[in-house]
Each structure stands twice: as structure tokens, then as C-alpha cells.
Design a protein around this ligand. Structure first.
Ligand SMILES: [Zn+2]
Ligand SMILES: [Zn+2]
Length: 434
């Protein structure tokens, strides 16, 4: 068995690993880069007019035969670890005949993204896998392990062929709401692994220990308790762990949690897979707002039914205006027009609950500035979606690999100072025999 990391050995984002035997070829993830070569923000729109051939020449797309639209002999499959764009953002370039192996909830999230966000990515040929159930693609066996990560339905993978084993960590952590899943893994990790492809997002970035999602819940409780004004929270509508923390903090402090129709739809659809709060009789104090732009888009595209299903749980701007001290509301920049029409919230709290780096994005900056002008106080309550050093060490010690290969990191050279196992630093595009 051989493998090649096409992108990710020296950067976070654009993850793509090619693994093959004599008979079978697969890809693990096919993500969009987050940064350009000079470190600035990557924007695919800049390359819109280029052909696939030109994109390969510019190394925007990896040079792999059998994955693109015009390729005749397509490879045997692509496996997706989770629904973050840095892992699936280039899928539209793939040959539609290529089978995509992914979790059912992951596919659901990707479909919802196409309804609500500018990312119109569709999975033409899905095949669903289940956690800890080994499946085969040709002569390669793949076992997905459930991972604790900020994306719902995330996986690590054990890849076996020719009597050899590779383990791909994907994105993971040990301090989220699935901390127990990670604990379980450390006691049931596969053995005799050759190469461990280990993400290192937090290396060089975080303290040794990250706050747990439960500790974050306490931080929200403390802030909600002391405030007699509105609490707006800017967080990802897809960070289910975070939304659960916020909802639990609202229950403890008697606040009403207001989510918009986008977040409501995500929670409703994913409640099929796990017990998570969503607008229903079973979850008290959860109300739905219908933002102008989102409602307009859903209506224009013939998806009004998504709006109607939440009408029982609707909260109006007037109701928010009357009792801002009772309200915790999940917001994002596209809701500025709606906030304009809620006059009585000036001087409230804005809680930023995402990675600090996103604050540099111009839309985020503008949104925060807007609320600062309305007298809001900015708080940051956040913990990383990625493993801290302690959890990275726990994964390594559980797997006891023959060698660790850095991936999904800007700090590959620091691995050898952290881990007790041998580190093999490779370059993008370098072929490794297992
Ligand atoms: Zn991720
Ligand atoms: Zn990632």
C-alpha cells in the first residue's frame, strides 16, 4: 500500500490524501485550501474562469488521474471524514461517477449548506458508512471511528491493505460533547498501525489544555445570570456542541433561546441522528426568528415549506423588543438588517463564539463594528474544535504507531518535540510506501 498527501503536510486546509494498492485507488477528503501560498485568505472565485487543466497547473487542484470530470477510468472511491469545507470544498470538480463514502448526517449537512449558504456542493454518488463497521473498497478495508469534533458526524479512519495499516486522524478533539467517544477510542484503538496521519491544528496555537465544552456552558451561565440585557451570540450554526451548550445555559438561567430558521432546520434534521434540542414540544424555551434574507431566498427557490414548519415556534421582532433581558439569540452578519429593526437591544452583550482567526474576515469585522456602534460589549466564549496537545498525545499513545506523519498543521516541525514516537515529515505530493 502506498500513499501521497497531496495537500496538508504544511498547512491547515485543503486536506487530500491518495491511498492505493496495485488494484485499488481511493482518496481521503478533498478539501478546499484556506490559505493562498502567501498566507492570504484563499478565494476560489478568483479562479472561476480557469479549466481543470489550468487549475491543476496552478496546483489549486491536485494532480490525480481518474478523479476529474473528463477522466475515463475513475478511481474506486473518495472517503469524506466530515462536513467542513477544508475537507470537501472541491467536490464539485470530481467526476460524478466517483463513489463518495460518507456518514448519512454528513450528507444531510452538505445538502442543507446548498439550501442556505453560498456553497452549492452536491454529492452525486453517495454511499453511507457506519461507525466501527468495516467496509471494503476493492482490496482496501476501511473502518470509520467516530470522532469528537466541532462538526457533527466526524470520523477518523483505519485503512488496511496488503497486511499494512494506516490511521488517519481526520479532525478531532477530546474536550467536546463527545469526550467519552474519544475516551472510548483510547481504550479500543487499533494496534500495529504503521503510519498515523495526525492532525496538528492546535500545535503552536493553544495552551496545553483546552477548555471543555461543559466548562464553556458554565461560562455562558455566568454571563447570562449577571446580565439584564440581550445576549447575542455569533457562532457557527453547524457547531452542534456549541448550540447544545448555549441551550443548556439558557435552561439553567431561564432565558429564551432564539435561533433563526437556518439553525432551526439544521437542528431539526440532525435530531434524527442524536438527541439534540430543536423546535418541538420537548424542548422548552426555544423560538425561531425568520430573517429577511434567508426567508427571501427560501421563498424565491420554492422552499417555503421549510419556513412554515416552524411557524408554531415563531418569535417576532416586537416580542424580542419587549423583553430583551430574557433573550439569548444566535446571530450572524446576514441578520444585520433584522437587528436594525429591533431597536430596544442597544447596549447588549455580543458573545463571539468562534475561532479568533475568523475575526479578520471583512464580513465579521463589519458586523462586530456595527454592534459596537450600538453600544454592545464584546465577550469571547470559545474552545477549539481541535485536539489540544494532551489529546494528541493520548491518541498517539493509544495507537502506538511506527511513525507519525504531520497533516492539517502549520507546525509540522514541532511534532518531534512533542511525541515519543518517530515522526516522518513528508512534503505535499511525496509518495510513501507503507
Ligand atoms: Zn473540521
Ligand atoms: Zn479541517
Amino acid at each position: 500500500m502506498k500513499f501521497k498527501i497531496h495537500r496538508g503536510t504544511k498547512e491547515i486546509g485543503g486536506s487530500c490524501v491518495h491511498i492505493w494498492t496495485e488494484k485499488t485507488k481511493i482518496l481521503l477528503d478533498y478539501g478546499i485550501p484556506l490559505v493562498e501560498k502567501d498566507g492570504s485568505e484563499f478565494n476560489i472565485d478568483k479562479y472561476k474562469t480557469l479549466t481543470i487543466k489550468e487549475l491543476i497547473e496552478k496546483s489549486i487542484l491536485p494532480n490525480i488521474k481518474g478523479i476529474y470530470k473528463d477522466d475515463k477510468n475513475v478511481i474506486n472511491g473518495v472517503i469524506l471524514s466530515h462536513a467542513h469545507l477544508d475537507h470537501y470544498g472541491l467536490f464539485n470538480f470530481l467526476n460524478p461517477n466517483l463513489k463518495c463514502y460518507l456518514g448519512r448526517a454528513t450528507h444531510k449537512i452538505i445538502e442543507l449548506n446548498s439550501l442556505f449558504t453560498p456553497q452549492l456542493i452536491s454529492i452525486a454518488n453517495p454511499v453511507y458508512f457506519e461507525k466501527e463497521k468495516t467496509f471494503k473498497i476493492g482490496d482496501i478495508s476501511i473502518t470509520p471511528y467516530w470522532a469528537d469534533h466541532s462538526a457533527f458526524d466526524s470520523y477518523s479512519f483505519l485503512i488496511e491493505a496488503d497486511g499494512k495499516k494506516i490511521f488517519y486522524s481526520g479532525d478531532f478533539r477530546g474536550h467536546g460533547r463527545k469526550a467519552k467517544v474519544f475516551k472510548w477510542f483510547t481504550h479500543h484503538a487499533p494496534q500495529n498501525v504503521g503510519y498515523l496521519l495526525l492532525e496538528g491544528t492546535s500545535i503552536g496555537r493553544e495552551n496545553k489544555l483546552s477548555k471543555s465544552e461543559t466548562e464553556l456552558e458554565d461560562d455562558f451561565v455566568a454571563l447570562f445570570r449577571e446580565s439584564n440585557k440581550i445576549n447575542l451570540i455569533y457562532t457557527s450554526g453547524q457547531n452542534i456542541d456549541r448550540l447544545v451548550s448555549i441551550y443548556r445555559a439558557c435552561l439553567k438561567t431561564g432565558k429564551i433561546l432564539v435561533i433563526d430558521v437556518y439553525v432551526a432546520e439544521i437542528l431539526k434534521e440532525l435530531s434524527e441522528f442524536a438527541k439534540i434540542p430543536h423546535p418541538s414540544e420537548n424542548f422548552k424555551g426555544l423560538r425561531v426568528i425568520f430573517p429577511y434574507y434567508t426567508s427571501k431566498r427560501l421563498t424565491n427557490e420554492g422552499n417555503e415549506n421549510i419556513l412554515y414548519q416552524f411557524k408554531e415556534y415563531k418569535i417576532t421582532k416586537e416580542e424580542i423588543n419587549k423583553q430583551p433581558d430574557k433573550i439569548v439569540m444566535v446571530v450572524r452578519p446576514s441578520m444585520q438588517k433584522d437587528l436594525d429593526n429591533i431597536k430596544n437591544i442597544d447596549g447588549g452583550n455580543l458573545i463571539y463564539s468562534m475561532w479568533d482567526g475568523y475575526m479578520e474576515k471583512s464580513s465579521t469585522k463589519k458586523f462586530i463594528d456595527y454592534l459596537m456602534k450600538r453600544g454592545f460589549t464584546l465577550y469571547k466564549i470559545h474552545t477549539s474544535g481541535h485536539a489540544d496537545i494532551k489529546s494528541l498525545e493520548e491518541m498517539v499513545n493509544a495507537l502506538k504507531p511506527k511513525a507519525i506523519v504531520p497533516i492539517h498543521t502549520f507546525e509540522a516541525d514541532k511534532y518531534k518535540d512533542i511525541f515519543k514516537f518517530p515522526v516522518v515529515e513528508v512534503n505535499d505530493g511525496e509518495e510513501i510506501t507503507v
